[in-house]
Write a protein that binds this ligand. Structure first.
Ligand code: HEC
Length: 139
């Protein structure tokens, strides 16, 4: 192969590599199976208006827990999820202790409620979830 030929082949190969790197990056970031849906609008608005570098990562982590635990099988936020029990405004009505209890021991608040205790969550996951729920204002 001539020098020019080798250089051209290298250029083409790099182009192909870059193309696949970009596709892989896009898949991992946007449309991969583990990708999180966008934050609910009132939560996104609050993080934008009042950024807090300690709270914000917790809130995002809490949104991850909410999705992972499939809370939307029974609850909706801003119209997304089951319309049975909307959580809109819950962050204004309930404090962190009540929110936490609703997750880990709902029967203590409302005996007979059709909801299992989410008592398997790690402390970190639970705190993140409570931070997230605390920002659920009326949309
Ligand atoms: C099997 C259905 C079900 C699932 C799944 C579920 N919940 Fe609930 N949740 C309920 C019911 C029923 C209530 C009581 C609602 C009522 O009486 O208005 C409730 C109440 C709540 C409340 C208090 C709401 C209020 O308006 O005072 C919060 C907060 C809450 N759930 C959070 C969660 C979170 C977070 C998850 C996921 C970890 C979750 N729930 C999963 C059924 C469920």
């Amino acid at each position: 192969m001539t020098r020019e030929g080798a250089a051209a082949a290298t250029a083409v190969n790099s182009g192909i590599l870059i193309f696949f790197a970009v596709v892989l990056f896009a898949l991992l970031n946007d449309s991969g199976p583990g990708a999180l849906p966008d934050l609910p609008p009132m939560v996104a608005a609050e993080l934008e208006e009042d950024p807090d570098e300690e709270r914000d990562p917790l809130v995002r982590m809490g949104w991850g827990v909410y999705n992972q635990e499939r809370c939307s099988a029974c609850h909706s936020i801003a119209g997304q999820g089951s319309p049975r029990y909307p959580l809109d405004g819950v962050g204004d009505r309930l404090g962190p202790d009540e929110l936490r209890l609703w997750v880990v021991a709902p029967q203590e608040i409302q005996p007979g409620v059709r909801k299992r205790p989410y008592d398997h969550l790690s402390d970190d996951d639970l705190e993140a979830l409570v931070h997230f729920l605390g920002l659920l204002s009326e949309p």
